[in-house]
Design a binder for this molecule. Structure first.
Ligand code: URP
Ligand code: ZN
Ligand code: ZN
Ligand code: ZN
Length: 503
């Protein structure tokens, strides 16, 4: 066996419990988790002392847009730079979006996206597919994507009128189809009709600068669409994952729907590092600074937003954190110099998400470390059916492992980040929680502040349909029912749905 690593004296943190244990890794897989007395480590194995450190499952970012064509521009973090930045910050799996052009075959778009990513990715990755238009052929291709390409999640847009937006009838048809295929529906929830009218009114009134962006799509425009999406999903009896919840009002709508429909399951909400780490309440120093902060839904002027959203995450009203990493350089943002609606949307976050959530969540006293693991890794793995291959420190799981120093700090800056873009929306923020070492399938990629990734090392992960966690939640079974099972001689608490390879 090659590629053997023994991590001793660390504190393992999984989403359901934390305990002192040694971890032994061989050929990219975790082979043992338990007390030193229970394992005989072969000679010549690299040994890492993790005293005083936490051992966490690598982060899963369920929302990135690497090298995305958007508004005539291509986002500058490609699948190499983007996954390299991810790994640098402790994220070892990303899920990106295949977004077909209007009228384009979903299967063709899937092939194109694979050709962009394979050979470039430094960590494992999966895809969601966008239902950017709707037709009988789209519906047919969804089945092929599920059955032959391991796609289980489809994103619908309630905004971007004239581009990607579906109407309610189309959404209902799509939701019924996703339900039929046992997949997971995802939704970009903003009322695109309201936004289109507001944009026109603002531009006519002479409001052409970046400040027009949030004014055209305020909190209630997001919250209305979240509620409508939940109602539509309920009508179709389809599980729904609301992407990038950016306001307290929208988060509360997710929470209300979870309570009313599903006994707190079947509907899931994601928020972004951007929503937790910054807000739109400051005076921007220049046009570029303001433009660089533009994404949809937008950062909110309400300064209580970041903490409010963190409290929703802590309370399981929201379940996951992504980045929506979609970075454009200053020069690219300039295409909207005379019209804010032409500024390409998107911000960074794939590198800094883990540290931002630690700083604003655990360090601020709002999250415990187990909940941190749940919202940065395990919940995404469960919802998109990557669990327990990903999202858990356990024998049989992939060795995507972080040695996390909760006491060390790191200052975020465009001068030191690993992104391709010339800006960082978290510039100057100091975060506790640093990934001292990052292992991607057993390969040490970060140590001593150095990032040493291997281009093309990442593999495409098929995400089978019928994620058991999601469908149990839909059928009213308790989420995360657990039982004790023996794994390599150790008693472990495992979710009833886990299919762990036990040797
Ligand atoms: O502003 C954003 N979020 N850009 C990426 C596209 C999307 O809607 O996720
Ligand atoms: Zn979106
Ligand atoms: Zn600013
Ligand atoms: Zn997005």
């Amino acid at each position: 066996a090659q590629n053997r690593v023994y991590i001793k004296n660390g504190q393992v943190v999984n989403h359901d419990r934390t305990f002192k244990a040694d971890v032994y890794i061989e050929d990219g897989i975790i082979k043992f988790v338990g007390p030193a007395s229970d394992i005989t480590v072969p000679g010549g194995v690299r040994t890492i002392d993790a005293s005083g450190k936490l051992i966490l499952p690598g982060g899963i970012d369920p929302h990135t847009h690497f090298q995305l064509k958007f508004g005539g521009q291509v986002s500058v973090d490609d699948f190499y730079k983007g996954t390299r930045a991810a790994v640098a910050g402790g994220t070892t799996t990303i899920i990106d979006f295949v977004l077909p052009n209007k009228g384009e075959s979903l299967l063709d778009a899937y092939d194109t996206w694979r050709s962009w990513a394979d050979g470039k990715v430094c960590c494992d990755y999966a895809f969601h597919v966008g239902l950017t238009w709707w037709s009988k052929s789209v519906s047919n291709e969804m089945k092929t994507l599920c059955e032959e390409h391991g796609i289980n999640s489809f994103k619908m847009f309630m905004a971007y009128k004239g581009l990607y937006q579906l109407n309610d009838t189309e959404m209902l048809e799509a939701l019924e189809r996703i339900k039929e295929l046992n997949g997971v529906a995802m939704v970009h929830a903003e009322n695109g009709d309201i936004i289109a009218r507001n944009v026109n009114k603002l531009l006519k009134a002479g409001v052409t600068g970046p400040e027009g962006h949030e004014l055209s799509r305020q909190e209630e425009v997001e919250a209305e669409a979240v509620n409508r999406a939940c109602v539509l999903a309920h009508q179709a009896d389809c599980p729904l994952y609301v992407v990038h919840v950016m306001s307290k009002s929208a988060g509360v709508e997710v929470a209300r729907a979870r309570q009313r429909y599903r006994g707190r399951g079947g509907i899931f909400g994601e928020t972004l590092a951007a929503a937790l780490g910054t807000y739109d309440g400051h005076n921007h120093c220049c046009w570029h600074d303001a433009a660089m902060h533009i994404l949809s839904p937008p950062l909110r002027p309400d300064p209580t937003t970041p903490e409010g959203i963190m409290r929703l995450l802590a309370n399981d009203d929201l379940q996951t954190t992504g980045s929506d990493n979609c970075t454009f350089n200053c020069s690219q943002k300039e295409s909207g110099l005379n019209d804010f609606s032409k500024i390409p949307n998107g911000v960074n976050g794939v590198e800094d998400r883990m540290s931002i959530v630690w700083e604003k969540g655990v360090h601020a006293g709002l999250l415990d470390p187990c909940r941190f693991v749940a919202i940065t890794s395990t919940n995404a793995a469960k919802i998109f059916n990557l669990y327990p291959q990903k999202g858990r420190i356990a024998a049989g799981s992939d060795a995507d492992v972080l040695i996390w120093d909760p006491n060390q700090t790191r200052k975020i800056s465009k001068e030191t980040h690993h992104h391709a873009c010339d800006f960082n929306i978290f510039e100057g923020m100091v975060c506790h929680g640093v990934p001292e070492m990052v292992l991607v399938r057993g390969r040490v990629c970060v140590e001593n502040g150095q990032v040493r990734v291997a281009e093309g090392f990442g593999r495409f992960l098929e995400t089978p349909v019928n994620p058991p966690f999601v469908y149990d939640a839909l059928n009213g079974k308790t989420n995360g029912e657990e039982e004790e099972v023996a794994v390599n001689g150790n008693m472990k608490k495992l979710n009833i749905n886990e299919q762990l390879e036990i040797e």
